[in-house]
Design a protein around this ligand. Structure first.
Ligand SMILES: *Cc1c(COP(=O)(O)O)cnc(C)c1O
Length: 373
């Protein structure tokens, strides 16, 4: 039987409709700027998120690298969370390639960085210190949605101290879909608060007419000077991310992408997959969230497991007490029974396009059987 792969939402296969969109994409040479599918995608994502420009990059890692190096010079530093991808999971790229020093901070239980910690980490203008130049946040972080009010406060603080702001929004649309669902659940929510809808994009109706999740994505993104999004996670494209920002920032990012070897040629095929994902696979993320919740529910009450209620598509389950000693045996049991997950004492299960309720139920049954539950 095909394994139930809950290691990551990156494992998905492109759907038949996505493959058809890729095959039909008009192509050009994007290094010359004339791949129509790339240009259409960049305009689309910039417009959706309320930015003037966007840049397609092969990976989220390269998108973050381009962002940090476009915001910072050698000898600058960026404030970042210990668990954020652009600090912990990118091989130290900003330091290695850009001589930009990270200033990591511990996270609060909700995933945020305490405002007081951010404030305290901003260095005075003194030759002893690196120049604090950028605040980088991530949403969702480990599947947690950072509250909108927090994003507003943290970015306002950064701005007031002359820092630029970057959001690693690899799973921005998961955050947006969860935020939209929370709003729908509140009966008297009223009209959206805050600024006006974006007008910069090629499709002025993109946000208003297409419902809650797109609007919420824009409401998150508008607090930042730059935002990166991944198409190859829950959105189900095979490859690619986009970095959004001002025209000037994206021009600098384009030079860095070239230096990093990310200037691609007939990459419109990849852009077409991303475009298809943006059109057809955003609202669908709600199903992934429901499935993560379903798995969490099925694992409640097993002695030795501590289940953290998932906010989006990532479920963490801690082994506690004597069960910790059985961790290796549990992973072996899972693998033997066709359930793939990551972690050791803290297991991570990620739901996505290529798992359904039956798969989740089977995974739950395999886990329960290990504990005799
Ligand atoms: C996956 C991910 C990235 C980028 O990953 P790539 O594998 O380089 O595409 C960046 N940030 C976050 C938060 C991620 O989850």
């Amino acid at each position: 039987m095909k394994p139930i792969d809950l290691r990551s939402d990156t494992v998905t296969q492109p759907t038949a409709a996505m493959r058809a969109a890729m095959a039909a994409a008009p192509l050009g040479d994007d290094v010359f700027g004339d791949d129509p599918s790339i240009n259409a995608l960049q305009e689309k994502v910039a417009g959706l998120l309320g930015f003037k420009a966007a840049l397609f990059v092969p990976t989220g890692t390269q998108g973050n690298l381009c962002a940090i190096l476009a915001h910072c010079q050698r000898g600058d530093e960026y404030i970042v969370g210990q668990m954020q991808h652009c600090y912990r999971w990118e091989g130290g790229g900003a330091a290695v390639f850009g001589s930009v020093q990270p200033q990591p901070l511990d996270h609060q239980p909700d995933g945020s960085l305490a405002l007081a910690d951010i404030e305290a980490a901003i260095k005075p203008d003194d030759p002893h210190f690196a120049r604090t130049r950028l605040l980088a946040l991530e949403n969702t972080l480990g599947g947690k949605v950072l509250p909108l009010a927090y994003l507003e406060q943290a970015t306002a603080l950064a701005r007031s101290r002359g820092l630029a702001t970057h959001l690693d929004g690899a799973r921005l649309f998961n955050a947006a879909v969860a935020q939209a669902a929370a709003k729908d659940a509140r009966p008297a929510a009223g009209p959206p608060q805050g600024g006006t809808a974006p007008s910069g994009g090629s499709d002025p109706h993109a946000v208003g007419e297409r419902g809650g999740a797109y609007l919420e994505a824009w409401r998150i993104a508008r607090h930042f000077d730059s935002v990166s999004v991944c198409f190859s996670k829950g959105l189900g494209a095979p490859v690619g991310s986009a970095l959004c920002g001002s025209k000037e920032l994206i021009a600098r990012a384009r030079r860095i992408r070239k230096m990093a070897g990310g200037g691609m040629r007939q990459s419109g095929m990849l852009a077409a997959a991303a475009h298809h994902a943006l059109d057809h696979q955003v609202e669908r993320l709600a199903q992934d969230h429901a499935l993560a919740g379903r798995l969490a529910d099925a694992l409640q009450g097993i002695t030795g497991l501590q289940v953290e209620a998932p906010q989006t598509n990532i479920l963490f389950v801690d082994l506690v007490g004597p069960a910790r000693e059985r961790s290796a045996a549990l992973l072996e049991h899972l693998a033997r029974n066709g359930v793939l997950a990551t972690g050791l004492y803290r297991l991570r299960f990620v739901t996505h396009l290529d798992v359904d309720a039956r798969g989740v139920d089977r995974a739950a049954a395999v886990i329960r059987s290990f504990f005799g539950a």
